[in-house]
Design a protein around this ligand. Structure first.
Ligand code: HEM
Length: 411
Protein backbone atom coordinates (compact mmCIF):
# COMPACT_ATOMS: atom_id res chain seq x y z
CA UNK A 1 0.00 0.00 0.00
CA UNK A 2 1.09 3.59 -0.61
CA UNK A 3 1.71 5.33 2.73
CA UNK A 4 -1.71 6.75 3.69
CA UNK A 5 -0.02 10.09 4.46
CA UNK A 6 1.36 10.30 0.90
CA UNK A 7 -0.03 13.21 -1.07
CA UNK A 8 0.36 14.37 -4.66
CA UNK A 9 0.02 17.87 -3.21
CA UNK A 10 3.11 17.41 -0.97
CA UNK A 11 6.45 19.12 -1.43
CA UNK A 12 8.17 15.73 -1.80
CA UNK A 13 6.00 14.85 -4.76
CA UNK A 14 6.44 18.31 -6.30
CA UNK A 15 10.23 17.98 -6.09
CA UNK A 16 10.36 14.86 -8.29
CA UNK A 17 7.00 13.35 -9.31
CA UNK A 18 8.62 10.62 -11.42
CA UNK A 19 10.03 9.03 -8.24
CA UNK A 20 6.45 8.16 -7.26
CA UNK A 21 5.00 7.07 -10.60
CA UNK A 22 5.77 3.33 -10.32
CA UNK A 23 4.43 3.14 -6.77
CA UNK A 24 1.24 4.93 -7.74
CA UNK A 25 0.66 2.73 -10.81
CA UNK A 26 1.35 -0.48 -8.85
CA UNK A 27 -0.24 0.25 -5.49
CA UNK A 28 -2.69 3.11 -5.86
CA UNK A 29 -3.64 3.48 -9.54
CA UNK A 30 -6.79 5.38 -8.53
CA UNK A 31 -5.35 7.77 -5.97
CA UNK A 32 -7.80 9.94 -4.02
CA UNK A 33 -6.76 13.37 -2.73
CA UNK A 34 -9.25 14.37 -0.02
CA UNK A 35 -8.06 18.00 0.20
CA UNK A 36 -9.27 18.67 -3.34
CA UNK A 37 -11.79 15.83 -3.56
CA UNK A 38 -10.21 14.50 -6.76
CA UNK A 39 -8.96 11.20 -8.18
CA UNK A 40 -5.56 10.78 -9.88
CA UNK A 41 -5.17 8.00 -12.46
CA UNK A 42 -1.65 6.84 -13.33
CA UNK A 43 -1.96 3.74 -15.55
CA UNK A 44 -1.69 4.15 -19.33
CA UNK A 45 -4.80 2.10 -20.08
CA UNK A 46 -6.92 3.97 -17.49
CA UNK A 47 -5.79 7.40 -18.75
CA UNK A 48 -6.48 6.36 -22.33
CA UNK A 49 -9.93 5.14 -21.35
CA UNK A 50 -10.80 8.44 -19.65
CA UNK A 51 -9.58 10.55 -22.58
CA UNK A 52 -11.38 8.51 -25.23
CA UNK A 53 -14.70 7.72 -23.49
CA UNK A 54 -16.22 11.15 -24.04
CA UNK A 55 -19.67 10.19 -22.78
CA UNK A 56 -18.45 8.93 -19.42
CA UNK A 57 -15.73 11.56 -18.86
CA UNK A 58 -16.43 15.13 -19.97
CA UNK A 59 -14.57 18.43 -19.93
CA UNK A 60 -17.26 19.98 -17.75
CA UNK A 61 -14.62 20.96 -15.15
CA UNK A 62 -13.26 23.57 -17.58
CA UNK A 63 -16.33 25.70 -17.05
CA UNK A 64 -14.84 26.66 -13.70
CA UNK A 65 -11.17 25.85 -14.41
CA UNK A 66 -10.78 27.80 -17.67
CA UNK A 67 -13.82 29.69 -18.91
CA UNK A 68 -13.59 32.62 -16.45
CA UNK A 69 -10.09 33.58 -17.66
CA UNK A 70 -10.57 32.55 -21.29
CA UNK A 71 -13.50 35.00 -21.35
CA UNK A 72 -15.65 32.40 -23.11
CA UNK A 73 -15.84 28.68 -23.87
CA UNK A 74 -12.58 27.03 -25.06
CA UNK A 75 -12.26 24.27 -27.67
CA UNK A 76 -11.76 21.58 -25.06
CA UNK A 77 -15.21 22.37 -23.61
CA UNK A 78 -17.03 21.93 -26.91
CA UNK A 79 -18.40 18.74 -28.43
CA UNK A 80 -20.24 17.69 -31.60
CA UNK A 81 -20.47 19.85 -34.71
CA UNK A 82 -19.48 23.07 -32.94
CA UNK A 83 -16.22 21.44 -31.79
CA UNK A 84 -15.50 19.92 -35.22
CA UNK A 85 -16.12 23.20 -37.06
CA UNK A 86 -14.13 25.48 -34.75
CA UNK A 87 -11.30 22.96 -34.39
CA UNK A 88 -11.03 22.81 -38.19
CA UNK A 89 -10.64 26.59 -38.40
CA UNK A 90 -7.83 26.52 -35.84
CA UNK A 91 -6.15 23.51 -37.51
CA UNK A 92 -6.19 25.34 -40.87
CA UNK A 93 -4.22 28.13 -39.26
CA UNK A 94 -1.38 25.74 -38.38
CA UNK A 95 -1.09 23.33 -41.31
CA UNK A 96 -0.44 23.25 -45.09
CA UNK A 97 0.79 26.48 -46.69
CA UNK A 98 0.24 28.39 -43.42
CA UNK A 99 2.72 26.04 -41.71
CA UNK A 100 5.33 26.49 -44.46
CA UNK A 101 5.19 30.29 -44.01
CA UNK A 102 5.33 29.89 -40.24
CA UNK A 103 8.47 27.75 -40.41
CA UNK A 104 10.28 30.69 -42.08
CA UNK A 105 9.03 33.00 -39.32
CA UNK A 106 10.08 30.49 -36.62
CA UNK A 107 13.59 30.40 -38.11
CA UNK A 108 13.99 34.16 -38.24
CA UNK A 109 12.54 34.66 -34.75
CA UNK A 110 14.98 32.09 -33.35
CA UNK A 111 17.97 33.58 -35.19
CA UNK A 112 17.14 37.08 -33.95
CA UNK A 113 16.71 35.96 -30.32
CA UNK A 114 19.85 33.83 -30.09
CA UNK A 115 22.18 36.32 -31.83
CA UNK A 116 23.08 38.50 -28.78
CA UNK A 117 24.09 35.45 -26.74
CA UNK A 118 26.39 33.82 -29.28
CA UNK A 119 29.50 35.97 -28.66
CA UNK A 120 29.01 35.57 -24.88
CA UNK A 121 29.08 31.76 -24.95
CA UNK A 122 26.37 31.58 -22.27
CA UNK A 123 22.57 31.57 -22.43
CA UNK A 124 19.70 30.57 -20.17
CA UNK A 125 17.76 28.46 -22.67
CA UNK A 126 14.52 28.91 -20.69
CA UNK A 127 14.46 32.60 -19.74
CA UNK A 128 16.75 34.22 -22.32
CA UNK A 129 15.50 32.26 -25.26
CA UNK A 130 12.70 29.67 -24.94
CA UNK A 131 10.04 31.82 -23.28
CA UNK A 132 10.31 34.85 -25.59
CA UNK A 133 10.73 32.53 -28.58
CA UNK A 134 7.52 30.57 -27.90
CA UNK A 135 5.55 33.80 -27.37
CA UNK A 136 7.00 35.47 -30.50
CA UNK A 137 6.10 32.50 -32.66
CA UNK A 138 2.54 32.28 -31.35
CA UNK A 139 1.98 36.03 -31.69
CA UNK A 140 3.18 35.77 -35.31
CA UNK A 141 0.73 32.98 -36.10
CA UNK A 142 -2.13 34.91 -34.55
CA UNK A 143 -1.10 38.13 -36.29
CA UNK A 144 -0.35 40.06 -33.08
CA UNK A 145 2.54 42.51 -32.74
CA UNK A 146 5.53 40.76 -31.17
CA UNK A 147 6.74 44.09 -29.76
CA UNK A 148 3.95 43.52 -27.19
CA UNK A 149 5.41 40.17 -26.13
CA UNK A 150 6.39 41.15 -22.58
CA UNK A 151 2.99 42.60 -21.77
CA UNK A 152 1.15 39.67 -23.34
CA UNK A 153 3.41 37.22 -21.45
CA UNK A 154 2.58 38.88 -18.13
CA UNK A 155 -1.18 38.67 -18.77
CA UNK A 156 -0.82 35.15 -20.05
CA UNK A 157 0.99 33.95 -16.96
CA UNK A 158 -1.99 35.10 -14.86
CA UNK A 159 -4.37 33.25 -17.17
CA UNK A 160 -2.23 30.08 -17.12
CA UNK A 161 -1.91 30.24 -13.34
CA UNK A 162 -5.70 30.17 -13.04
CA UNK A 163 -6.06 27.19 -15.38
CA UNK A 164 -3.21 25.13 -13.97
CA UNK A 165 -3.39 25.82 -10.23
CA UNK A 166 -4.64 22.99 -8.10
CA UNK A 167 -5.39 25.42 -5.26
CA UNK A 168 -5.73 29.21 -5.71
CA UNK A 169 -5.97 31.84 -2.96
CA UNK A 170 -8.62 34.60 -3.36
CA UNK A 171 -5.81 37.17 -3.94
CA UNK A 172 -4.19 35.12 -6.71
CA UNK A 173 -7.60 34.45 -8.20
CA UNK A 174 -8.25 38.20 -8.38
CA UNK A 175 -4.83 38.77 -9.96
CA UNK A 176 -5.55 36.12 -12.61
CA UNK A 177 -8.96 37.63 -13.38
CA UNK A 178 -7.38 41.11 -13.74
CA UNK A 179 -4.82 39.69 -16.21
CA UNK A 180 -7.58 38.03 -18.23
CA UNK A 181 -9.65 41.22 -18.38
CA UNK A 182 -6.66 43.26 -19.56
CA UNK A 183 -5.76 40.67 -22.18
CA UNK A 184 -9.35 40.74 -23.43
CA UNK A 185 -9.29 44.57 -23.57
CA UNK A 186 -6.08 44.36 -25.64
CA UNK A 187 -7.56 41.78 -28.05
CA UNK A 188 -11.01 43.24 -28.78
CA UNK A 189 -9.78 46.27 -30.82
CA UNK A 190 -7.50 43.92 -32.81
CA UNK A 191 -10.46 41.63 -33.54
CA UNK A 192 -12.55 44.59 -34.69
CA UNK A 193 -9.76 45.80 -36.95
CA UNK A 194 -9.38 42.30 -38.51
CA UNK A 195 -13.12 42.15 -39.15
CA UNK A 196 -12.76 45.34 -41.21
CA UNK A 197 -9.47 44.37 -42.87
CA UNK A 198 -8.82 40.63 -42.73
CA UNK A 199 -5.31 39.35 -43.47
CA UNK A 200 -3.75 35.88 -43.62
CA UNK A 201 -3.33 35.47 -39.85
CA UNK A 202 -5.28 33.16 -37.55
CA UNK A 203 -7.25 35.99 -35.91
CA UNK A 204 -8.53 37.05 -39.37
CA UNK A 205 -9.47 33.43 -40.13
CA UNK A 206 -11.40 33.21 -36.86
CA UNK A 207 -13.14 36.53 -37.60
CA UNK A 208 -14.23 35.60 -41.11
CA UNK A 209 -15.11 31.94 -40.52
CA UNK A 210 -18.76 31.05 -40.03
CA UNK A 211 -20.30 28.36 -37.89
CA UNK A 212 -23.81 27.28 -38.96
CA UNK A 213 -23.91 30.36 -41.20
CA UNK A 214 -23.21 32.68 -38.27
CA UNK A 215 -19.91 34.50 -37.76
CA UNK A 216 -18.30 34.05 -34.35
CA UNK A 217 -18.88 36.80 -31.78
CA UNK A 218 -16.00 38.84 -30.32
CA UNK A 219 -16.37 36.74 -27.16
CA UNK A 220 -15.97 33.46 -29.12
CA UNK A 221 -12.95 34.77 -31.04
CA UNK A 222 -11.34 36.16 -27.86
CA UNK A 223 -11.74 32.81 -26.11
CA UNK A 224 -10.18 30.92 -29.03
CA UNK A 225 -7.24 33.36 -29.23
CA UNK A 226 -6.55 33.00 -25.50
CA UNK A 227 -7.04 29.24 -25.86
CA UNK A 228 -4.33 29.08 -28.54
CA UNK A 229 -1.99 31.41 -26.59
CA UNK A 230 -2.24 29.36 -23.40
CA UNK A 231 -2.10 26.01 -25.19
CA UNK A 232 0.80 26.85 -27.53
CA UNK A 233 3.30 28.85 -25.50
CA UNK A 234 4.04 27.01 -22.27
CA UNK A 235 4.39 23.42 -23.53
CA UNK A 236 6.58 24.53 -26.44
CA UNK A 237 9.19 26.37 -24.39
CA UNK A 238 9.26 23.56 -21.83
CA UNK A 239 9.69 20.87 -24.50
CA UNK A 240 12.61 22.73 -26.07
CA UNK A 241 14.41 23.06 -22.73
CA UNK A 242 13.71 19.42 -21.80
CA UNK A 243 15.01 18.25 -25.18
CA UNK A 244 18.34 20.02 -24.57
CA UNK A 245 18.53 18.77 -20.99
CA UNK A 246 18.01 15.14 -22.00
CA UNK A 247 20.53 15.37 -24.86
CA UNK A 248 23.14 16.99 -22.59
CA UNK A 249 22.51 14.25 -20.01
CA UNK A 250 22.95 11.59 -22.74
CA UNK A 251 26.08 12.70 -24.63
CA UNK A 252 26.14 9.70 -26.99
CA UNK A 253 22.60 10.49 -28.16
CA UNK A 254 23.51 14.20 -28.42
CA UNK A 255 26.45 13.26 -30.70
CA UNK A 256 24.20 11.11 -32.88
CA UNK A 257 21.60 13.90 -33.25
CA UNK A 258 24.31 16.43 -34.10
CA UNK A 259 25.70 14.11 -36.73
CA UNK A 260 22.31 13.18 -38.17
CA UNK A 261 19.67 15.89 -37.60
CA UNK A 262 17.01 13.62 -39.14
CA UNK A 263 17.04 12.01 -35.66
CA UNK A 264 15.59 15.22 -34.18
CA UNK A 265 11.92 14.17 -34.53
CA UNK A 266 12.73 10.96 -32.59
CA UNK A 267 14.52 13.00 -29.91
CA UNK A 268 11.50 15.33 -29.63
CA UNK A 269 9.05 12.42 -29.50
CA UNK A 270 11.12 10.69 -26.79
CA UNK A 271 11.34 13.96 -24.82
CA UNK A 272 7.55 14.23 -24.93
CA UNK A 273 7.13 10.63 -23.81
CA UNK A 274 9.76 10.74 -21.07
CA UNK A 275 8.92 14.18 -19.65
CA UNK A 276 5.60 15.47 -20.99
CA UNK A 277 5.26 19.21 -20.24
CA UNK A 278 1.51 18.83 -19.68
CA UNK A 279 1.47 16.44 -16.74
CA UNK A 280 -2.21 16.52 -15.82
CA UNK A 281 -5.42 16.55 -17.88
CA UNK A 282 -8.67 16.99 -15.90
CA UNK A 283 -12.02 15.40 -16.67
CA UNK A 284 -15.33 14.94 -14.85
CA UNK A 285 -16.90 11.50 -14.36
CA UNK A 286 -20.51 11.67 -15.54
CA UNK A 287 -21.49 8.36 -13.91
CA UNK A 288 -19.88 5.93 -11.47
CA UNK A 289 -16.81 4.38 -13.13
CA UNK A 290 -14.86 1.35 -11.93
CA UNK A 291 -11.08 1.04 -12.39
CA UNK A 292 -9.67 -2.31 -11.22
CA UNK A 293 -12.26 -2.55 -8.44
CA UNK A 294 -12.10 1.08 -7.27
CA UNK A 295 -15.16 3.23 -7.87
CA UNK A 296 -14.83 6.81 -9.05
CA UNK A 297 -18.22 8.32 -8.24
CA UNK A 298 -20.36 10.30 -10.66
CA UNK A 299 -19.52 14.01 -10.54
CA UNK A 300 -15.93 13.45 -9.37
CA UNK A 301 -12.97 15.31 -10.85
CA UNK A 302 -10.43 12.93 -12.37
CA UNK A 303 -6.85 13.97 -13.16
CA UNK A 304 -5.08 11.92 -15.84
CA UNK A 305 -1.39 11.67 -14.89
CA UNK A 306 0.28 11.88 -18.28
CA UNK A 307 3.84 11.60 -16.92
CA UNK A 308 3.01 8.37 -15.07
CA UNK A 309 1.04 6.90 -17.99
CA UNK A 310 3.93 7.58 -20.40
CA UNK A 311 6.25 5.59 -18.13
CA UNK A 312 3.92 2.62 -17.72
CA UNK A 313 5.84 -0.60 -18.52
CA UNK A 314 2.60 -1.95 -20.04
CA UNK A 315 2.92 0.75 -22.72
CA UNK A 316 6.72 1.15 -23.17
CA UNK A 317 9.66 -1.19 -22.55
CA UNK A 318 12.22 0.12 -20.02
CA UNK A 319 10.06 3.24 -19.61
CA UNK A 320 12.44 5.08 -17.26
CA UNK A 321 15.22 5.10 -19.87
CA UNK A 322 15.55 8.03 -22.27
CA UNK A 323 16.26 6.37 -25.61
CA UNK A 324 15.63 8.06 -28.94
CA UNK A 325 16.15 4.69 -30.66
CA UNK A 326 13.57 2.78 -28.62
CA UNK A 327 11.75 0.36 -30.95
CA UNK A 328 8.36 1.20 -29.41
CA UNK A 329 8.70 4.97 -29.90
CA UNK A 330 6.95 5.17 -33.30
CA UNK A 331 8.30 8.61 -34.19
CA UNK A 332 6.10 9.20 -37.25
CA UNK A 333 2.87 8.52 -35.38
CA UNK A 334 4.04 10.33 -32.22
CA UNK A 335 2.64 13.62 -33.54
CA UNK A 336 -0.66 12.15 -34.75
CA UNK A 337 -3.83 10.58 -33.38
CA UNK A 338 -2.00 7.22 -33.49
CA UNK A 339 0.57 8.24 -30.84
CA UNK A 340 1.27 5.68 -28.11
CA UNK A 341 2.56 8.37 -25.73
CA UNK A 342 -0.13 10.66 -24.28
CA UNK A 343 1.77 13.97 -24.16
CA UNK A 344 -0.69 15.52 -26.62
CA UNK A 345 -3.67 13.87 -24.90
CA UNK A 346 -5.78 11.55 -27.06
CA UNK A 347 -9.32 11.31 -28.38
CA UNK A 348 -11.58 14.21 -29.36
CA UNK A 349 -9.52 16.90 -27.64
CA UNK A 350 -6.06 15.72 -28.66
CA UNK A 351 -3.76 18.69 -29.26
CA UNK A 352 -4.51 20.56 -32.52
CA UNK A 353 -0.99 21.98 -32.47
CA UNK A 354 0.97 18.70 -32.47
CA UNK A 355 2.25 18.98 -36.06
CA UNK A 356 3.02 22.65 -35.53
CA UNK A 357 4.84 21.92 -32.25
CA UNK A 358 6.97 19.31 -34.01
CA UNK A 359 7.87 21.76 -36.80
CA UNK A 360 8.53 24.56 -34.31
CA UNK A 361 10.84 22.56 -32.05
CA UNK A 362 12.57 20.75 -34.90
CA UNK A 363 13.27 24.05 -36.70
CA UNK A 364 14.66 25.79 -33.63
CA UNK A 365 16.71 22.81 -32.41
CA UNK A 366 18.21 22.33 -35.89
CA UNK A 367 19.24 25.99 -35.84
CA UNK A 368 20.60 25.99 -32.27
CA UNK A 369 22.55 22.73 -32.19
CA UNK A 370 25.27 23.73 -34.68
CA UNK A 371 25.54 27.18 -33.09
CA UNK A 372 25.88 25.88 -29.54
CA UNK A 373 29.12 23.96 -29.98
CA UNK A 374 30.26 21.97 -26.90
CA UNK A 375 27.02 22.88 -25.15
CA UNK A 376 27.04 22.01 -21.44
CA UNK A 377 25.61 23.23 -18.12
CA UNK A 378 27.21 26.46 -16.85
CA UNK A 379 29.56 25.98 -13.86
CA UNK A 380 27.58 25.91 -10.60
CA UNK A 381 24.23 25.52 -12.37
CA UNK A 382 21.68 23.50 -10.37
CA UNK A 383 18.84 21.94 -12.32
CA UNK A 384 15.35 22.42 -10.88
CA UNK A 385 11.89 21.71 -12.28
CA UNK A 386 8.57 23.07 -11.07
CA UNK A 387 4.89 22.53 -11.71
CA UNK A 388 2.33 19.84 -11.04
CA UNK A 389 0.01 20.56 -13.94
CA UNK A 390 2.51 21.79 -16.48
CA UNK A 391 6.10 21.01 -15.58
CA UNK A 392 9.49 22.09 -16.84
CA UNK A 393 12.89 23.53 -15.90
CA UNK A 394 12.96 26.82 -13.96
CA UNK A 395 16.08 27.74 -15.94
CA UNK A 396 18.75 26.03 -18.05
CA UNK A 397 21.99 27.97 -17.99
CA UNK A 398 24.19 26.68 -20.79
CA UNK A 399 27.79 27.38 -21.77
CA UNK A 400 29.06 26.80 -25.30
CA UNK A 401 31.94 27.84 -27.52
CA UNK A 402 31.48 31.59 -28.13
CA UNK A 403 30.73 32.47 -31.72
CA UNK A 404 32.83 35.29 -33.17
CA UNK A 405 30.98 38.54 -33.93
CA UNK A 406 29.97 38.69 -37.55
CA UNK A 407 29.09 35.02 -37.90
CA UNK A 408 25.52 35.03 -39.11
CA UNK A 409 22.98 32.45 -38.11
CA UNK A 410 20.46 33.21 -40.85
CA UNK A 411 20.10 29.95 -42.75
C1 HEM B 1 4.92 20.28 -27.33
C2 HEM B 1 3.96 21.13 -27.35
C3 HEM B 1 2.53 20.83 -26.93
C4 HEM B 1 2.05 19.93 -26.03
C5 HEM B 1 2.81 18.93 -25.18
C6 HEM B 1 0.60 20.08 -26.01
C7 HEM B 1 -0.26 19.33 -25.22
C8 HEM B 1 -1.65 19.37 -25.33
C9 HEM B 1 -2.55 18.49 -24.60
C10 HEM B 1 -2.13 17.46 -23.57
C11 HEM B 1 -3.82 18.78 -24.99
C12 HEM B 1 -5.10 18.05 -24.59
C13 HEM B 1 -5.89 18.75 -23.50
C14 HEM B 1 -7.15 17.97 -23.13
O1 HEM B 1 -7.38 16.84 -23.57
O2 HEM B 1 -7.92 18.53 -22.33
C15 HEM B 1 -3.73 19.88 -25.95
C16 HEM B 1 -4.82 20.47 -26.55
C17 HEM B 1 -4.73 21.59 -27.34
N1 HEM B 1 -3.56 22.15 -27.83
FE1 HEM B 1 -1.66 21.54 -27.46
N2 HEM B 1 0.25 21.06 -26.88
C18 HEM B 1 1.40 21.55 -27.46
C19 HEM B 1 1.49 22.55 -28.41
C20 HEM B 1 0.42 23.23 -28.92
C21 HEM B 1 0.53 24.26 -29.91
C22 HEM B 1 1.83 24.74 -30.55
C23 HEM B 1 -0.75 24.71 -30.13
C24 HEM B 1 -1.24 25.76 -31.07
C25 HEM B 1 -0.69 25.94 -32.21
C26 HEM B 1 -1.65 23.94 -29.31
C27 HEM B 1 -3.02 24.10 -29.25
C28 HEM B 1 -3.89 23.26 -28.57
C29 HEM B 1 -5.35 23.45 -28.55
C30 HEM B 1 -6.12 24.57 -29.23
C31 HEM B 1 -5.87 22.37 -27.79
C32 HEM B 1 -7.37 22.09 -27.50
C33 HEM B 1 -7.87 21.09 -28.55
C34 HEM B 1 -9.32 20.64 -28.37
O3 HEM B 1 -9.84 20.68 -27.27
O4 HEM B 1 -9.92 20.21 -29.36
N3 HEM B 1 -0.91 23.05 -28.59
N4 HEM B 1 -2.40 20.19 -26.15
Amino acid sequence: MVDPRFSILSEDFAAAPCRYFARLRDQSPVHYEPAIDSYFLSRHQDVKRVLTDHEAFTTQTLQVRAEPVMRGPVLAQMTGTEHTAKRKIVVRGFTGQALQDQIRAIHSNAAELVAPFLPRGRMDLVNDFGKPFAVYVTLDVLGLDNRDWQQVTAWLSGVSEFVTSIVLTPERRQHCMDCAEQLEAYLVPVIEQRRRQPGEDLISKLCTAEFDGIAMSNRDVTALIINVLVAAVEPADKTLALLFKHLIDHPAQMAQVRQDPTLLPAAIAETLRYSPPVQLIPRQAEKDAVFGGTVVPAGATVFCMIGAANRDPDAFTAPDTFDIHRPDLGTARSFTAGAQHLAFGTGLHQCVGAAFARAEIETVAALLLPLLDQVRYSPGFRYRETGLYTRGPVSLSLDFTPVREGVTCHG
